[in-house]
Write a protein that binds this ligand. Structure first.
Ligand code: ADP
Length: 212
């Protein structure tokens, strides 16, 4: 099973990807997470990506396409995977098509701009294990302020979740990523999901669509 998760920043792609990964027993390939790891480790790729990420811009297509190409060729991707945050441009979608990958479903999670804005500015991430929380959403807050429920390390705000950068990331999404909705509509694989319902309901709806 190979799934693409589409949707603006902050619609809950990461949260859904983690749950779906367990339910379907397939890996998540999150280009955002891979880039953030590269940034932390100070690798050449991390250095290259840093200024783009901090400014809320997209990292160049060839960098992310290279990441995905390498990842999907590994043994642990044999059963399939969930692409979270890739493709994000038409050119990335074309690169994926040219890799001769048969995508089963493309899930577009839809959320209104005002909700996205609130979610992104409230998002907090654990410095150690990467678990995410949201101080603006009931049921997604940590039990103890600023502390990870799972590993007790400190929660931080992603540097690209500041108000200004969020605004820019949404513009980038509208201009560069949203055209993918039409691109995938034509393939007949697109499913649009209302992302403003409770996360558990969204997961069930996605699973239902996948099984169809
Ligand atoms: P979100 O979906 O909340 O924006 P991600 O973690 O997916 O967060 O991405 C964070 C940043 O990483 C993006 O703003 C962008 O700079 C970079 N990035 C991630 N995936 C891609 C991609 N497919 N193409 C270009 N840049 C990407």
């Amino acid at each position: 099973m190979k799934i693409v998760l589409l949707g603006a920043p902050g619609v809950g792609k990461g949260t859904q990807a983690a749950v779906l990964s367990k339910r379907l027993n397939i890996l998540v390939i999150s280009t955002g997470n891979i880039l953030r790891e590269a940034l932390k480790s100070g690798s050449d790729m991390g250095k290259k990506a840093k200024s783009f990420i901090d400014q809320g811009q997209l990292v160049p297509d060839e960098v992310v396409t290279g990441i995905v190409k390498e990842k999907i060729s590994q043994d642990d991707c044999k059963n399939g995977y969930i692409l979270d945050g890739f493709p994000r441009t038409i050119s990335q979608a074309e690169a994926l098509r040219d890799m001769h990958i048969k995508i089963d479903k493309v899930i577009d999670i839809n959320v209104s701009d005002s909700v996205i804005y609130e979610r992104m500015t409230g998002r907090r991430v654990c410095m150690s294990c990467g678990s995410t929380y949201n101080i603006n959403t009931a049921g997604r807050r940590p039990k103890v302020d600023n502390t990870c429920d799972k590993c007790a390390d400190t929660l931080v705000k992603r540097t690209d979740d500041s108000k200004e950068t969020v605004k820019h990331r949404l513009e980038v999404y509208r201009n560069q990523t949203e055209p993918l909705v039409n691109y995938y509509k034509e393939t007949g694989k697109l499913v649009i999901i209302n992302g403003e319902r409770p996360p558990e309901e969204i997961t069930e709806k996605i699973l239902e669509e996948i099984r169809n």
